[in-house]
Design a protein around this ligand. Structure first.
Ligand code: SF4
Length: 423
């Protein structure tokens, strides 16, 4: 019985692929490849199509099922591919009955390809207790929220994932307790718009409330990390935990997108340049050693050189350590696609300059770590990560172990230890 799940995109997809693998096998599917696709850029969609063709060439007898955000937003395009046997929606993929129906459809009606329901009609989340994470996996993702109520002008995610909805707190606490008992050293809370956690739940608990509940009810949990947040939606409980509880890892990744107020307005973002700078200063006061990362788009429509410079300057003004740079990718049906586009090589060139600024920022932070002792989660025999998410070169250790290690130096990309030494 083989069901192979090929995952593209974000941590949310990684979590959901665990559920898909379990449900598809339980439904009796065999010799089946599931492509859990991403739609965040044109490149991501093209990669899914390329993989479909390659995998079908390599395994002509296998059935190909496509799901994920690209399948949800462009089902017809995938259904028209001869290699594809079934296209399943993003909410449908999480239900056992979908895979049972797929099994029956393969037997009875092979031409019936599209099984994609209206994602905007989805109001609640079915908690999935994933207990099949590979044993010893140092870090596991726990999905607590899905979808998004915002409509940033460059983004197709809401059309792939629907409106915001959250997993009830009690289910999240149970999931975290379960993965902790199985020996996974670090839990990462993940979602699409994590800081909108709880908006659809009774009493509208916030992300900070959830984190406090987890840390209170799972006292054995040593490392809790949160994935990307929207700084303007950070609640007071979240700021309290950042300041008070060292089990919440001192590392925040912010969805900043630009350093220019007019561009932020045209993106329909909710924060200003000044708010981003003040928020970073505030969390640094609460937790001085915190490491901050950010997503920034290079070349958003109408962005001038002067506007771009303000994004570049944000790296220092927010004292960022990690930078995820996204060259603007015009997505079908988004308002930004109808705006005057940045032309020529400017998008690529700006992305290159931003990445260089990001690398310099990381080097600056690595140099500041020398002489400190950090709690390093061993991810593999050759690499670990500190509580600040900084990479550490390791020469042979047990994945999943957490060690207090003294930093001796860095090689510009990773921290180096004197006792373990580089590989
Ligand atoms: S907040 Fe904006 S960028 Fe993020 S998922 Fe929602 S619409 Fe997309």
């Amino acid at each position: 019985m083989t069901v192979d799940v090929v995952t593209f995109g974000c941590r949310l997809n990684a979590f959901e692929s665990e559920v898909i693998a379990r449900e598809a096998e339980c439904a009796g599917l065999d010799q089946t490849i599931v492509i859990n696709s991403c739609a965040v850029t044109n490149e991501a969609v093209a990669q899914a199509r390329q993989s479909i063709r390659r995998l079908k060439r390599e395994q002509p007898g296998a059935r190909i099922v496509v799901t994920g955000c690209a399948a949800q937003t462009q089902p017809q395009m995938f259904a028209e591919m001869a290699e594809v046997d079934r296209v399943i929606g993003n909410d449908d993929k999480m239900r056992g009955e979908t895979w049972r129906a797929t099994h029956e459809a393969f037997a009875a009606a092979p031409d019936e390809k599209i099984a994609v329901s209206d994602i905007m009609a989805v109001r609640a989340m079915t908690p999935h207790l994933v207990d099949a994470f590979q044993r010893g996996l140092p870090r596991v993702f726990v999905q607590v929220q899905n979808g998004c109520d915002h409509r940033c002008t460059f983004c197709t995610i809401p059309f792939g994932r629907g409106n915001s909805r959250s997993v009830p707190m009690a289910s999240v606490v149970e999931q975290v307790r379960s993965v902790n008992e199985r020996g996974h050293a670090e839990v990462v809370l993940t979602g699409v718009d994590l800081t909108s956690y709880g908006t659809n739940l009774p009493g509208a608990p916030r992300l900070g409330t959830l984190i406090k509940q987890i840390l209170r009810h799972v006292p054995e949990l040593k490392r809790l990390r949160i994935s990307s947040i929207d700084s303007i939606e950070a609640d007071s409980d979240l700021l309290d935990v950042i300041a008070e509880d060292e089990r919440l890892m001192p590392h925040l990744h912010l969805s900043l997108q630009s350093g220019d107020d007019l561009i932020l307005k045209r993106m329909k973002r909710r924060h200003s340049r000044q708010h981003a700078i003040e928020f970073c200063a505030q969390v640094k006061r609460l937790r001085p050693d915190i490491a901050l990362g950010a997503d920034i788009i290079a070349g958003f429509p109408t962005e001038t050189e002067a506007m771009f410079k303000r994004s570049l300057e944000l790296v220092d003004e927010c004292d960022l350590t990690f930078l995820h740079v996204f060259p603007y990718s015009s997505r079908p049906l988004t308002p930004a696609a109808r705006m005057p586009q940045v032309v020529g090589g400017a998008i690529k060139e700006r992305a290159k300059r931003l990445r260089a600024a990001g690398e310099a920022a990381l080097r600056k932070r690595l140099a500041r770590e020398v002489g400190t002792t950090r709690k390093v989660l061993i991810e593999s025999a050759r690499q670990g990560r500190t509580e600040h998410y900084l990479p550490v070169a390791i020469a042979g250790d047990v994945p999943g172990a957490v060690r207090a290690l003294t930093i001796a130096g860095d090689d510009g990309a990773r921290l180096i230890l004197d006792c373990h030494g580089p590989a």
